[in-house]
Design a protein around this ligand. Structure first.
Ligand code: F6R
Length: 259
């Protein structure tokens, strides 16, 4: 595993964007796995800057997002605050600023009539695209990868998953509270790529920042592999693995303290 510790959030974001951009330049038709949440926003901003100022070309790039809430989907007629879909997030924070082709963007369909069938279809689409070259990952407060909540099998595939109490709490604090939505009206289920699906990516790139992620990062990287913290599966990733942190998120790692 390669561990990069940046000075701050901007540093972390820039290093992550540089790795993604290098792949796009080397393999213009690469397949990227993408994440939502607060952590990757800086990385996406930097990729957008590279596209505008340096001509980084996304026209051949294919993307697969990790997850989507069940019961909601992209509604561009609604203001941003009323459409909490991850599809909307990706559109606003990344895709609308790039020359990526619409047909190359894949996001789990939260409005699928038959969600279980959709999950198998999503797995097939990933296979058809030749697998994921690079999967960008954040980490949840409870150690989840995508929405693989504690108790998810480390062999799990794309499926419907109930959200944990902590994830509901985190999501409420970080987003829903501001948009005036009541806790009980938040989606309680999601479609998520499985841990097994993620582990098949050729390069796993996990990013985390801030003191509030320090404890869970130390568990994920240095703790025992367990379905209680699904991000510990990073220790099992057979391909290339890169973890990029800021100083705060790295502050509880014992390895780096020894250096
Ligand atoms: C979202 C996803 C989640 C987030 C995690 C951290 O697509 O995969 O696992 O990465 O919940 O979220 P933030 O970045 O908001 O702390």
């Amino acid at each position: 595993m390669e561990l990069i510790i940046g000075k701050n959030y901007e540093d972390m974001s820039k290093s992550a964007a540089d790795i993604i951009a290098e792949l796009i330049r080397l393999k213009p038709n690469c397949v990227l796995g993408l994440a939502t949440g607060g952590t990757p926003i800086g990385t996406y901003k930097e990729l957008i800057r590279m596209h505008i100022e340096e001509g980084l070309d996304f026209s051949g790039v294919k993307t697969f997002n990790l997850d989507e809430y069940l019961g909601i989907g992209l509604d561009l007629q609604k203001p941003y605050t009323q459409d909490q879909s991850y599809a909307r997030f990706m559109h606003e924070e990344l895709f609308k600023h790039l020359n990526i082709k619409k047909e190359n963007i894949h996001i789990p369909d939260g409005l699928a009539k038959d969600p279980q069938k959709f999950c198998s279809h999503y797995e097939e689409e990933i296979k058809k695209a030749g697998g994921i070259d690079l999967q960008l990952l954040g980490i949840g407060g409870d150690g989840h990868w995508a929405f693989n909540e504690p108790g998810s099998s480390l062999y799990s595939r794309t499926r419907v998953q109930p959200l944990s109490k902590q994830t509901l709490e985190d999501n409420f604090e970080s987003f829903y509270k501001k948009s005036g939505i009541k806790k009980e009206d938040m989606p309680h289920f999601a479609i998520t790529m499985g841990v097994g699906t993620i582990l098949e990516s050729r390069h796993a790139l996990m990013i985390a920042n801030g003191k509030k992620k320090a404890e869970i990062i130390s568990k994920a990287l240095e703790g025992s592999i367990s379905w209680e913290v699904t991000a510990t599966a990073i220790q099992l990733h057979p391909g290339k693995t890169t973890v990029i942190l800021d100083k705060d998120a790295a502050s509880k790692l014992t390895w780096t303290a020894k250096e």
